[in-house]
Design a protein around this ligand. Structure first.
Ligand code: UDP
Length: 398
């Protein structure tokens, strides 16, 4: 197999030649730059998914773009997961000891990283303090992906001392903006339609993946794909499914993976596994082709999040023409237009009602599914995300 980098030309048939030419011209102006991204996991979760595609597309467009991952012991990631939860509105007891471990591990990573690039983009709170350990010669941008609607005030105040050192902060939505001095920019994530998660599959390929995991296909499929995380409300999905099943028979598949920077996943997975009903399947696997197959075969997809910076899984399923029932929170509110290209729900009961409605109405699935795909084509493909980043980086060059 001849390997080659993805290029903007690959997207031309989806975005049109005018948009492709415009993005190529913008990339050309940044051709000599050397950019680096730093985050905290190579797989599992949306940030890794975005970086794995975006960095290749940037390189394929002639901009040298790297991706580094910080290393940490489980105790470090246990602390940063608690921070993540508190930034999304949970509680935290952030002791001096936890603070020391957090800062020490980031310091150790900084010592090994030698970041000497033209632009440094640091993702999420895990590597945030890196900036303290470099003599800054280039713009440093903090890209925070979490739902910052209601961050814990004390934790935010502590993190602000690092945030203030950055040249810009990027969050997904204006409602996540904070009172800080660096300029704030709003960029919504996007998906790669050619990745294993999203590329077209034949009916045989879909059937093979579902068969591999013994997924029954005799009844309609209700699906949620998510890390095992309390903010994704997997228990709420099970509860909604149980209510819906009183009216329409179906199978629920909850599939998730466990990211290396998310130590709570295993416990949440185990708590759900104890639910052993014939028509409820809970699987923990790392298989993006399976995710793709499930989203394609699903009769309805849920993303019943209680907080969500931006739900990549929502956009992935919409790209496949699925009707998505999403939690009426954070980024999902901007991804789904309620009643037009999917549904937004505020409770278990509302989710159950929408499951029944979608499963009973094949025409609704057809028309909404088409609108969902068009929404993604016009707003949430990787080329749009790359263009937003090119515009931001160009603003520093001026
Ligand atoms: N994902 C996956 N396998 C799973 C669960 C999730 O590959 O079992 C992927 C999913 O397809 C998506 C990403 O992980 O690309 C999750 O991103 P999202 O923004 O939905 O949530 P996050 O995990 O970042 O909170």
């Amino acid at each position: 197999m001849q390997s080659s980098l993805p290029t903007i030309e690959h997207y031309e048939r989806l975005i049109g030649s005018e948009a492709a030419d415009r993005i190529l011209a913008k990339a050309d102006r940044l051709r000599d730059l050397h950019i680096v991204n730093v985050n905290s996991t190579y797989y599992g979760g949306g940030v890794a998914e975005i970086l794995s595609s975006l960095t290749l597309l940037m390189n394929g467009s002639g901009i040298r773009t790297g991706w580094r991952v910080i290393q940490g012991r489980p105790d470090f990631f246990s602390i940063t997961k608690k921070m993540h939860n508190a930034l999304q509105g949970g509680e935290i007891f952030f002791s001096d000891l936890k603070q020391d471990i957090y800062e020490e591990v980031v310091f150790e990573n900084a010592a090994r990283m030698h970041l000497d690039h033209d632009v440094v983009i640091v993702h999420d709170p895990q590597p945030l303090p890196l900036i303290e350990h470099f003599r800054k010669k280039a713009p440093w941008i903090w890209r925070c992906h979490v739902d910052l609607t209601r961050p814990d005030p004390a934790l935010w105040e502590y993190l602000s001392r690092f945030v203030e050192r950055y040249d810009a902060v990027v969050v997904s939505l204006p409602e996540y903006a904070q009172k800080i001095s660096p300029p704030q920019r709003f960029i919504m994530p996007a998906i790669n339609p050619f990745s294993t998660t999203n590329k077209d599959l034949t009916e045989e390929e879909i059937a093979e993946r579902l068969d591999h995991y013994d997924i029954p296909t005799d009844l309609p499929l209700v699906v949620q794909v998510s890390r095992f995380d309390k903010w994704k409300d997997p228990q709420g999905v099970i509860d909604a499914f149980r209510i819906a099943r009183k009216e329409v028979d179906a199978t629920l598949v909850l599939v998730g993976n466990i990211a290396t920077d998310d130590p709570e996943g295993q416990e949440i997975f185990e708590s759900l596994c104890s639910c052993r009903e014939d028509r409820i399947r809970v699987l923990s696997v790392q298989d993006t082709a399976f995710v793709n197959a499930l989203q394609r075969r699903a009769d309805v997809v849920l993303q019943k999040s209680l907080r969500e910076g931006f739900g990549l899984t929502v956009t992935e399923a919409m790209w496949k023409g699925a009707v998505v029932i999403g939690g009426n929170v954070g980024g999902i509110k901007h991804q789904i237009e309620d009643g037009v290209n999917g549904f937004l729900v505020d409770s278990v009961e509302a989710a159950a009602e929408k499951i029944v409605r979608v499963l009973k109405d094949p025409r609704l699935r057809e028309t909404m599914g088409k609108k969902a795909r068009e929404t993604v084509r016009s707003q949430f493909l990787m080329t749009r995300l790359m263009e937003d980043w090119l515009d931001l980086v160009t603003s520093f060059e001026a």
